[in-house]
Write a protein that binds this ligand. Structure first.
Ligand SMILES: Nc1ncnc2c1ncn2[C@@H]1O[C@H](COP(=O)(O)OP(=O)(O)O)[C@@H](O)[C@H]1O
Ligand SMILES: CC(C)(COP(=O)(O)O)[C@@H](O)C(=O)NCCC(=O)O
Length: 314
């Protein structure tokens, strides 16, 4: 594992797991049997030990940061002598393709919903702001999907600005991994949640030709990290799982359908090539260099288990 930079404090399982919220201070447990049931139903591979030892203290930390955020806002309003619209506490989640960003984001959403209510914790992904495949092809960018230039960053920045500005209704475009493309005219709608989670490979990147970073809108940022060889392994595992799922549904419109019609080895070799020529260079050149921008780094190891948390001190 790489060495944490000097401005981060490193916590292993023993150090981090004791940082749970004292039972006397919490209204509800973050890990009730019903939440555990929901998590299991969502992804039965998630380690329940990690939920208790890493995610539960993380929820405690998020609650503290959120409470401090509300206090800061109140003081600022008093200083300015004017009220501003309520503005969600935004959590940005970054990391490689297939490192587990969306799984972590969903897990945090489940656990925070238990605390703040279902409608008060929203989640979106930056995938919806990818340029549609036709547009990527027209611009000769189809092999650069996921690279900074493949996103409509001005639209993403405008979206985040509307969220933070407390607009009553905001909507984000949707992406489907089934068709591997943006869904035309399909949107997720959000009505001023208290907590807003935004997940994507580019959440800590600079926006080309813009002085504003997406992370300028974040109140807490998390980078999900792991050794590159492991991430490749997870990418191929997910590819195989999607192949299996597609074979069962037998839907010719599914992006993976063509790969169910060739020998398994051929399909896996093709996925390895996509990893080596697209997602790996994107990780090395554009995603990993943003890791040390995050407030908190969750480091995962074999089997997706977390082994360390790096918390930014300064
Ligand atoms: N904590 C976890 N425990 C078990 N499997 C996980 C975990 N996180 C992710 N995975 C699996 O790893 C793969 C990649 O995860 P995903 O959340 O889709 O990554 P990303 O959003 O970063 O592309 C998926 O097959 C997912 O089921
Ligand atoms: C849409 C993505 C850029 C985003 O990745 P995610 O973090 O959602 O896994 C990625 O899944 C992708 O399509 N990459 C291009 C190469 C590939 O097909 O994997």
């Amino acid at each position: 594992m790489s060495q944490a930079p000097l401005n981060y404090a490193v916590f292993d399982r023993d150090d981090w797991s004791v940082l749970v919220e004292p039972p006397a201070d919490r209204d509800v447990s973050h890990v009730t049997p019903s939440i555990l049931g929901e998590i299991k139903a969502f992804n039965d591979q998630i380690s329940m030990a990690d939920v208790a030892m890493f995610y539960d203290p993380l929820i405690h930390y998020i609650k503290l940061r959120h409470a401090q955020y509300l206090r800061d806002r109140e003081e600022r309003q008093r200083f300015l002598g004017r009220n501003t619209k309520p503005s969600p506490f935004v959590i940005g989640i970054a990391g490689s393709v297939a490192v587990g960003k969306s799984t972590t984001a969903r897990l945090l959403q489940f656990m925070l919903q238990a605390e703040y209510g279902e409608d008060n914790v929203a989640l979106t992904t930056t995938d919806g702001f990818l340029l549609p495949n036709d547009e990527l092809k027209a611009q000769g960018l189809f092999d650069r999907k996921g690279f900074p230039e493949s996103y409509d960053m001005p639209a993403l920045l405008e979206f985040m600005n509307a969220v933070k500005d407390g607009e009553e209704v905001v909507r984000s475009p949707k992406y489907s991994h089934d068709i591997s493309d943006v869904l035309v005219d399909e949107f997720d709608t959000f009505e001023r949640p208290e907590i807003f989670i935004v997940e994507g490979i580019n959440t800590l990147q600079a926006a080309p030709n813009s002085p504003v970073y997406l992370s300028d809108f974040f109140d807490l940022s998390i980078y999900v990290d792991a050794e590159t060889e492991l991430i490749e392994h997870w990418y191929l595992d997910r590819f195989e799982a999607l192949l299996q799922q597609t074979a069962e549904t037998d839907d010719p419109d599914n992006f993976f359908y063509a790969w169910t019609q060739v020998p398994r080895e051929t399909a896996i070799d093709a996925a390895k090539k996509v990893w080596e020529t697209v997602n790996l260079p994107n990780l090395v050149d554009y995603i990993l260099p943003t890791r040390e921008r995050a407030d908190l780094i969750l480091h995962k190891t074999i089997g997706h288990g977390i082994d360390e948390v790096w918390l930014r001190k300064f």
